[in-house]
Design a protein around this ligand. Structure first.
Ligand SMILES: Nc1c(C(=O)O)ncn1[C@@H]1O[C@H](COP(=O)(O)O)[C@@H](O)[C@H]1O
Length: 161
């Protein structure tokens, strides 16, 4: 049970961390790569080779600007790819969002929201996909939701004890 996380630049690292923190919480193994469909197409080949060799079931790809990285990975890998649009450009992630979400029919790329919450949701969505075949992981997702619920209940107690 392992997920590869690919970021388009070292400058995207803080978003990758948010995602990886949650993958760790769910006990999902992961490996992080920095690779760009534009700048390092050879590195993409290398990653895709590892995806196949290691039977990776989900890929998470994060990029800002014209975010071709998730779509290129989706075109070449058979497993689901979750794209995370990042707000690194002056268009605040709208450019990346459209690049990821508007894939032509035939090559889907899942797309979560822009930035940090998207990075977190990508990890949770990956966990949900993997949990289809793993009841222990399903239990961890349930526990995570319970934790969130508790946090809201606690916050209510604090404002209206
Ligand atoms: N969108 C892509 C791709 C790609 O799609 O191949 N490669 C890098 N990038 C993005 O460019 C932004 C600026 O990168 P730099 O800060 O390195 O110039 C990053 O947010 C990266 O994800």
């Amino acid at each position: 049970m392992s997920v590869y996380v690919v970021i388009g630049s070292k400058h995207d690292f803080s978003y990758a961390l948010k995602c990886i923190e949650l993958l760790d919480k769910f006990g999902i193994q992961h490996r992080l790569f920095i690779a760009s469909a534009h700048r390092t197409p050879e590195k993409i080949d290398e990653i895709l080779h590892l995806v196949k060799e290691n039977h990776i079931q989900v890929l998470i790809a994060m990029a800002g600007y014209a975010a071709h990285l998730p779509g290129v990975l989706a075109a070449r890998a058979l497993c689901p790819v979750i794209g995370v649009p990042l707000d690194s450009s002056s268009l605040l992630g709208l450019d990346a969002l459209f690049s990821i979400v508007q894939m032509p029919a035939g090559i889907p790329c899942a797309c979560v929201g822009i930035g940090e919450s998207g990075a977190k949701n990508a990890a949770i969505l990956a966990a949900e996909i993997l949990a289809l075949q793993n009841s222990q992981l399903q239990e961890r997702i349930k526990a995570y939701r319970e934790e969130m619920k508790e946090a809201v209940i606690q916050a209510n107690r604090e404002i209206a004890p």
